[in-house]
Ligand binder design. Structure first.
Ligand SMILES: Cc1cc2nc3c(=O)[nH]c(=O)nc-3n(C[C@H](O)[C@H](O)[C@H](O)COP(=O)(O)OP(=O)(O)OC[C@H]3O[C@@H](n4cnc5c(N)ncnc54)[C@H](O)[C@@H]3O)c2cc1C
Length: 460
């Protein structure tokens, strides 16, 4: 696809207003800067801005308004897939909005709007504190937190968004504001779950939890054991405390030299997770799974900071097609899913995953934000690598089968895991979406901000 370069004066004018920089198609660095984490997503914005600080962000927003552009904030592009279009849009890369401070006494972190989990997790660990990060260290804290945030301590401490205590952002008016319980409380409610619809976040503050070590690890089983492993896991989950958050996945690893010997070319069932308690209690909880004789079992006491590596998420951008839904699963539902993804099935889906939710993830509280809780008892996710049109069709078809197997048990959608355009209003549910639309109308009536999962303004 060719992109019409914006008139040169746009780029020059924007650059002249920034301490940071701006790029247009054809500029050195443009092609690198437009890459999303999922290489299936091709971004071709007419301008890319790299603000150096909050003042720069104000300049980008004012410039966009003056010249009829919209603004799409982005850090890593981990969820770039659903963005409708980047036509007439400035892709605002937050990479330079870093900075991490940890107040150990208050058990609180303050990070820049472009910080990633890998920036804060080791710093917090120096004080014996742990953050509610997810499965990959390179995820942007702002995108993850604004959309929810489901990590290895989620059943105990809930969604990361509900541990956020303050958000500083540049609004559509080009003003830098702080939203917390006392300042702009309605905006603060909307930011906690409503995504990047209300402004460009320049800083976030959130609670940390005292957790130096955890009992965590992985058990690897042969794919043929999938039915007994999934069912044993499902049965033991009925009695586990909120301190245990775990996932069970089928992983089909390609036979490529980049992968370690232990998994290369293998089809496996992997049970991993974290227990916030002692090793003895953890081993007791997992005993029924350990009795199934895993080929490898790495569960043990580890520093809490090591949890960022537990899921073996790809560190580099990959081309993939994925899908997700929140589900309530019975024993029969597990069988239906395994019928299309389990042993004996030739599928291009490299990953078929269930994350156990519930616990604090399922509980409401009056002080929570727009994403109050997740419905359902599992977060289901599946995906496959795509290298050409043929593999795209194969993965797409396999995802359809996977979706159909789980459709009767669907409980909702968690937007951070949805990598395609979807019915955003339905995902939030009645009442909540209308309230978000009113906040959008109050703070961004002209839709200057183009979020990945858009909320439309409404005064109704
Ligand atoms: C490999 C992988 C592993 C994942 N693991 C987990 C997990 O364990 N748990 C979980 O809950 N989620 C997980 N996710 C989903 C992840 O939370 C979302 O993709 C999230 O949107 C990523 O945020 P980002 O800033 O890195 O991505 P981006 O694509 O850069 O941002 C996503 C959106 O967030 C908004 N945004 C980002 N930064 C700002 C800002 N400074 N101001 C305003 N808006 C902003 C924008 O609307 C943007 O479109 C994972 C995703 C991937 C690809």
């Amino acid at each position: 696809m060719t992109v019409a370069a914006p008139p040169a004066d746009h780029v020059r004018a924007l650059r002249s207003r920034l301490t940071g920089t701006a790029l247009a198609p054809g500029d050195t660095g443009y092609d690198e800067a437009r890459v999303a984490f999922n290489l299936m997503v091709q971004q071709h914005p007419p301008l890319i801005a790299f603000p150096a600080d909050a003042d720069d962000v104000c300049q980008v927003v004012r410039f966009a308004r003056e010249r009829g552009f919209r603004v799409a904030p982005q850090r890593t592009g981990h969820n770039a897939g659903p963005i409708e279009t980047l036509e007439h849009t400035i892709l605002l890369r937050t990479d330079a909005l870093g900075g991490v401070e940890v107040d150990a006494a208050a058990r609180r972190a303050r990070v820049g709007g472009g910080a990633q989990w890998q920036d804060v997790v080791p710093v917090a660990a120096e004080s014996g504190l742990s953050a509610l990060h997810g499965s990959a260290a390179d995820i942007g804290i702002a995108g993850y937190s604004l959309g929810g945030g489901v990590g290895w301590q989620a059943r105990k401490h809930g969604l990361q968004t509900n541990s956020v205590t303050a958000v500083e952002l540049v609004t559509a008016a080009g003003e830098h504001v702080r939203a917390d319980r006392d300042n702009e409380p309605e905006l603060f409610w909307a930011l906690r779950g409503g995504g990047g619809n209300f402004g460009v976040v320049t800083a976030l503050e959130f609670d940390l939890y005292p957790q130096e070590t955890v009992f965590a690890g992985m058990m690897f089983f042969a794919l043929e054991q999938a039915p007994e492993v999934f069912h044993t896991w499902r049965e033991l989950l009925a009695g586990v405390p909120d301190e245990l958050t775990s996932t069970c996945r089928i992983l089909r690893f390609p036979d490529i030299p980049e992968l370690p010997d232990v998994v290369r070319g293998q089809n496996l069932v992997v049970l991993n997770g974290a227990y916030l308690g002692s090793e003895a209690e953890g081993r007791d909880l997992l005993a029924p799974l350990a009795a199934l004789d895993p080929g490898m079992d790495t569960w043990g006491m580890v520093p809490a900071a090591a949890l960022t590596e537990l899921h073996m998420d790809p560190p580099d951008p990959v081309p993939a097609l994925t899908d997700h839904m929140l589900v309530d699963l019975s024993a029969e539902a597990f069988d239906r899913m395994l019928d299309v993804t389990g042993p004996g099935v030739d599928t291009p889906l490299g990953m078929v995953e269930l994350r156990h939710t519930g616990g604090a993830l399922g509980r409401s509280a009056p002080e929570h934000g727009a994403l109050d809780r997740l419905p359902g008892s599992y977060l289901a996710f599946a995906g496959g690598m795509v290298v050409d049109a043929e593999s795209a069709a194969a993965v797409g078809g396999a995802l359809e089968g996977w979706r159909a197997s789980l459709a009767p048990y669907r409980a909702g959608e968690y937007l951070n895991f949805v990598e395609r355009p979807t019915d955003v209003a339905a995902a939030y549910g009645e009442g909540r979406y209308e309230r978000l639309s009113r906040v959008k109308a109050a703070f961004d009536p002209d839709e200057v901000f183009r979020a990945n999962h858009p909320i439309r303004p409404s005064r109704g």
